[in-house]
Design a binder for this molecule. Structure first.
Ligand SMILES: NC(=O)c1ccc[n+]([C@@H]2O[C@H](COP(=O)([O-])OP(=O)(O)OC[C@H]3O[C@@H](n4cnc5c(N)ncnc54)[C@H](O)[C@@H]3O)[C@@H](O)[C@H]2O)c1
Length: 350
């Protein structure tokens, strides 16, 4: 079954299609010159699909979300004589989508673009919502732009070639969506752990659709992240710090970040300890890490650099209850008080 959702934003409209087959890509592409951006790993795996396109290939991995790579792609586009009539197609995971959205937004002051999302992380989160960022000076997504891809095609067949860690990373963002906005989705995730971990090709697109409904509706209401969209950053304050310091995969870092944010939600008196343990159990069932040996000074240094800290306060996302998030301006000392409760609670549970 094919599921369609749309985002109507100030920066463009986006059609998100999950459960769609890659063989139907032509139905979404304009009749224009199409230039594909992919990474070396995906390019090799799916060379038969890409054979009929002009392709720019970057190195796989987070290191490519850099100004250097942006420069290389822009140079290539010039050499290829790409013009305002060309269409750029990202074919890859979150890194390739973020990079492509950024480049397509600045090349000739913006040309048309769309995505084929090939990781669960990209299908569940990274390719959706029009946030296109690159990392600068060790800070995640410091330079970026809001602009919607014309379409996002999510074919579950691509997930079959992913490593286990890439799969679990994507599930972290689906769990995040459930935690911030939809307790029923949380129940579905809890009752279908085995089938989802096996990437059941019928069930997965329907659960993905429900998860995407949360993201697309929040983005449609607050495209530029002035308010409600910040809820999508649940787990990301600590998550980005952990990703940068420890080199964890994005979803794995977010998983630990969600545990930390849930701990602060308990400390605030919002969720109960049993809710915290429920969250930890679910994350573990999807193969996600829930703890590290934290180097707190490094973590707090990274958090201070993070762009979300404004005038001494954090716009921090907490859980009021499972399925409902709240954005609060937290005092830095309260955030730092995580050190007291982290060891105690995590050790008790694991
Ligand atoms: N823009 C947003 O709103 C947003 C949201 C969440 C995450 N992100 C960003 O997304 C990035 C993480 O995305 P990701 O986890 O997809 O990383 P990624 O793009 O680096 O992909 C992970 C790995 O999987 C490989 N891969 C991709 N598709 C494959 C396939 N079908 N089969 C086998 N291997 C495949 C890639 O080559 C890479 O090695 C981070 O940079 C994060 O900041 C952005």
């Amino acid at each position: 079954m094919i599921y369609e959702l749309s985002i109507e934003g100030e920066t463009g409209s986006s059609l998100v299609v999950s459960g769609e087959r890659i063989q139907n890509l032509g139905n979404y592409l304009p009749r224009k010159r199409v230039i594909v951006i992919t990474d070396d790993k995906v390019g090799k795996l799916y060379q038969s699909i890409l054979a009929s396109y002009e392709v720019i290939t970057v190195q796989e991995g987070e290191k490519s979300k850099s100004l250097d790579t942006v420069g290389l792609i822009l140079q290539k586009l010039v050499e290829m004589k790409a013009d305002r009539d060309s269409f750029i197609l990202a074919f890859g995971g979150g890194v390739v989508c973020d990079l492509t959205g950024f480049v397509a937004s600045i090349y000739m002051r913006g040309i048309r673009f769309g995505y084929v999302a090939t990781t669960l992380m990209a299908q569940a989160d990274a390719s959706i919502g029009g946030k296109n960022g690159i990392n600068v000076g060790g800070i995640k997504n410091l330079a970026g732009i809001f602009r919607q891809p014309e379409f996002v095609l999510c074919d579950p067949v691509f997930l079959k070639t992913l490593d286990k860690d890439e799969i679990s990373s994507g599930f972290a963002e689906m769990i995040k969506h459930a935690l911030i906005a939809d307790e029923q989705l949380l129940n579905h995730l809890e009752t279908n752990i085995a089938l989802l971990n096996e990437l059941d090709q019928d069930l997965l697109p329907s659960i993905l659709h429900r998860s995407l409904l949360i993201k697309t509706s929040i983005v449609s209401r607050d495209e530029k992240e002035k308010g409600e969209r910040r809820k999508l950053n649940f787990g990301h304050t600590f998550g980005h710090a952990i990703e940068t310091i420890y080199g964890f995969k994005h979803g794995h870092a977010v998983s630990i970040g969600m545990v930390m944010a849930a701990l602060l939600s308990v400390k605030k008196g919002y969720i109960l300890k049993k809710d915290l343990y429920r969250i930890i159990t679910l994350l573990k069932c999807f193969g996600l890490p829930v703890e590290i040996s934290p180097q707190w000074p490094d973590i707090f240094r990274a958090i201070e650099l993070d762009k979300k800290r404004e005038s001494g306060y954090f716009h921090f996302v907490l859980l009021k209850k499972p399925g409902e998030a709240v954005i609060e301006s937290l005092d830095y000392d309260f955030v730092k008080s995580i050190t007291d409760i982290y060891e105690r609670e995590i050790r008790r549970y694991s």
